[in-house]
Design a protein around this ligand. Structure first.
Ligand SMILES: Nc1nc2c(ncn2[C@@H]2O[C@H](COP(=O)(O)OP(=O)(O)OP(=O)(O)O)[C@@H](O)[C@H]2O)c(=O)[nH]1
Ligand SMILES: [Mg+2]
Length: 336
């Protein structure tokens, strides 16, 4: 059956013929596909694997327009290379740093912004927000109005950054539209572009998002995804480690401190994530079967574990990190 109707939750083309395929719904009268219906009503998540090629094609189309782009990132899970998306499209772009609410209150917005200003990547403006706490959303809308070049404004970024959540917040705050996009803690919730009219002068266009295959969220069970995704302000956990001591994070990651002076490790990860310290790393071989990566940490750097959060390490020293081979880690100058 030829059908042009899209799911209002994730943008996929609806179809009533194959239960096993994307976009299935029992009746084309419905506004949501079965997957979105189940996510919304029962919190039942169904993982979909998306290829980045499709998303790169979407970005290419965005690049052909002159429209304003909002580039959303998750402050706890900043991509290693903030230039990646910037370099793909020449449009005017606002960098929107989302989920400020999960960082400890002691972290100042100015400091976060200054960190990005130092990166020397051009954005019209850098704005820190929290969709969950409705923080700076009014200001963001003002700036959208200021920079927009047409009615259309695209919302891009990596999966799970909170693109759909932000659009839902804007719908709720500023429009009479009753549409609600599907949001979930799993990557690849939104499957295709969706246009949402906020008012006569503003249409937001949600997009699926770039998949980070190196995110730990793509390597653990949905139950662990929920545990890893912080819902409240993170209480940083600091461990003073001497050489030959280590930290175990759930059954996911082991960090051995193998060389250096007494050092301070502060974990910025969800409060629900279990952390254990080993006083002598030689007495316990847990997780050592995983892949090992060694880092030579410089003074005041973060070890970032993609999808989980980061560890601020104050002094220089050598660490051995054990984790699943597909999960990305990298170091950077300290964010906080
Ligand atoms: N703590 C916190 N969580 C947020 C915030 N904004 C979004 N989230 C959560 O982040 C997760 C992903 O949100 P989505 O809106 O589905 O993200 P998305 O960018 O649309 O993801 P895809 O459609 O998969 O590309 C959900 O669990 C949201 O509840 C925020 O400001 N603070
Ligand atoms: Mg989405």
């Amino acid at each position: 059956m030829d059908n042009e109707k899209k799911c209002q939750g994730c943008g996929v083309l609806l179809q009533d013929e194959n239960v096993l395929q994307e976009g299935y719904t029992s009746s084309l009268e419905n506004d949501l596909c079965q997957r979105c219906f189940r996510m919304k009503n029962y919190g039942e998540y169904q993982v979909v694997t998306k290829s980045n090629e499709e998303y790169l094609d979407i970005l290419k189309e965005v690049g052909k327009t002159k429209d304003l782009v909002l580039y959303i990132t998750d402050l706890l899970n900043l991509e290693k290379n903030i230039e990646e998306i910037r370099n793909l499209i020449p449009n005017k772009m606002i960098l929107v740093l989302n989920k400020m609410d999960v960082l400890p209150k002691s972290v100042k917005e100015e400091k976060i912004k200054a960190y990005f200003e130092k990166e020397n990547v051009h954005f019209e403006e850098i704005i820190v927000i929290s969709t969950a706490k409705n923080y700076n959303i009014d200001y963001l809308l003002k700036r959208i109005k200021y920079f927009q070049t047409s009615k259309n404004v695209y919302v891009v970024g990596h999966t799970n950054a909170g693109k759909s959540s932000l659009i839902n917040k804007l719908i709720k705050n500023y429009s009479n539209n009753t549409q609600e996009l599907t949001m979930s803690p799993l990557p690849s919730t939104t499957l295709s572009t969706i246009n949402i009219d906020i008012n006569d002068y503003l249409t937001l266009i949600d997009t699926p998002g770039l998949v980070d295959t190196g995110s730990i969220l793509n390597h653990v069970e949905p139950k662990m995804v929920k545990k890893i995704s912080p819902k409240t302000e993170i209480k940083p956990r600091t461990y003073q480690l001497k050489k030959n001591q280590s930290i175990l994070i759930e059954k996911l990651i082991r960090i051995d401190y193998v060389e250096g002076e007494k050092n301070s490790f502060t974990l910025y990860v969800s409060n629900d994530v279990k952390v254990k310290r080993l006083l002598n790393l030689f007495h316990n071989n847990e997780l050592k079967e995983k892949t090992k990566i060694s880092y030579q940490m410089k003074y005041d750097e973060d070890l970032v574990i993609n999808g989980l959060g980061f560890i601020k390490i104050v002094n220089k020293g050598t660490i051995d990190v054990y984790l699943d081979s597909g999960v990305d880690t990298y170091t950077r100058r300290s964010l906080i």
